[in-house]
Design a protein around this ligand. Structure first.
Ligand SMILES: [Zn+2]
Length: 326
């Protein structure tokens, strides 16, 4: 049963409602960050379309389960943007609704799953509203929605909403420990950098990001020692916003460290660097500099094609002044 432990409760609630024939026709799964909604919906679809299972899970072996695994079940319709398009247009929705309006191919439920609701265009949302008002029978809509994006109130009011959250840190750590590959200090750092999402934290380890981050912090340490923070600029070329965030989180840790050496810092693996910065930056300066990096992060995220070298000048000049390098 491939459901993340922190999503099992939600799975059980939804599937029990389906079994007792009380499940709403439009199920909106809402989360702020990636914590596994895709797997959750996939397993829900599998159970709903499985023909053998007598319990709350799919049997995983019947013909229908196999069809779902190979993404060939005709009653499972996943609506994504068409090739070379970034949004889901009205034509796309209508095409699927027409397809499923007749009874399902295997006489059971038909499912329409929209993995990225925020990609629906305004007109798609409006046509969807009409469909949700008077839905065709035997259709369940699964709508995966990231709460970072706005969604019309009227749309939300026509769905049943299930909010899902990342596990508490202790549970995330427990899940990671089963993989038996990483040091606890590193796991906690990755979890805290990922708002406690074990999935995002694992992505940090699985990609090259963990190594890039370590290397970047080494460079900061090196340039502080060499009294030349400007040399950092050339290391911002790739992953610029991430690197700015890493500096922001590091300064935040120094501030926390000022108040209490035992406070919950993010970058547990960077205590040495935190202490180095604390030595040369007083609390007032730290608050000043963290705001500059915050501004910098905002510009990089919100201004397309911004010149990152130009944006980085101010925080670096000011930080050099604080360190007394100028
Ligand atoms: Zn089955």
């Amino acid at each position: 049963m491939k459901i993340y432990p922190w999503l099992k409760k939600t799975y059980k609630i939804i599937i029990n409602q389906h079994i007792s024939k009380k499940l709403h026709h439009a199920v909106l799964i809402r989360s702020r960050i990636n914590i596994g909604s895709k797997k959750l919906i996939f397993q829900l679809c599998k159970k709903i379309l499985c023909k053998k299972s007598k319990n709350i899970f799919s049997c995983n072996v019947c013909h229908y389960c196999k069809l779902i695994d190979s993404k060939n079940h005709p009653d499972l319709n996943i609506i994504l943007p068409e090739i070379n398009k970034k949004s889901i247009g009205i034509e796309n929705i209508i095409k699927y609704i027409k397809k499923v309006q007749n009874t399902s191919k295997f006489g059971k439920q038909t499912i329409i799953w929209i993995p990225k609701v925020h990609l629906l265009t305004e007109s798609s949302i409006n046509s969807f509203l009409k469909i949700l008002e008077d839905p065709p029978s035997k259709i369940i809509f699964f709508l995966d929605y990231c709460s970072f994006f706005k969604l019309k109130k009227t749309f939300k009011s026509r769905c049943i909403i299930y909010d899902i959250y990342p596990p508490i840190e202790k549970k995330g750590l427990f899940w990671f420990k089963k993989i038996k590959k990483y040091k606890e200090k590193n796991i906690l750092t990755a979890l805290r950098l990922s708002e406690n999402s074990p999935i995002l934290a694992k992505k940090i380890f699985d990609s090259s990001i963990w190594k890039i981050r370590k290397k970047f912090y080494k460079k900061i340490e090196k340039y502080i020692k060499k009294k030349n923070l400007f040399k950092l600029i050339k290391h911002f070329k790739n992953n610029t916003s991430k690197k700015i965030y890493w500096i922001f989180s590091l300064i935040l840790d120094v501030i926390k460290y000022y108040y209490n050496k035992n406070s919950k810092i993010i970058n547990l693996d960077q205590k040495k660097l935190i202490k180095i910065i604390k030595k040369k930056n007083n609390l007032k300066n730290l608050y000043f500099i963290i705001n500059l990096w915050k501004k910098c992060f905002f510009y990089i995220k919100n201004i397309p094609n911004v010149n990152f070298k130009f944006i980085l000048l101010e925080p670096l000049i000011q930080w050099e002044k604080i360190f007394n390098f100028l």
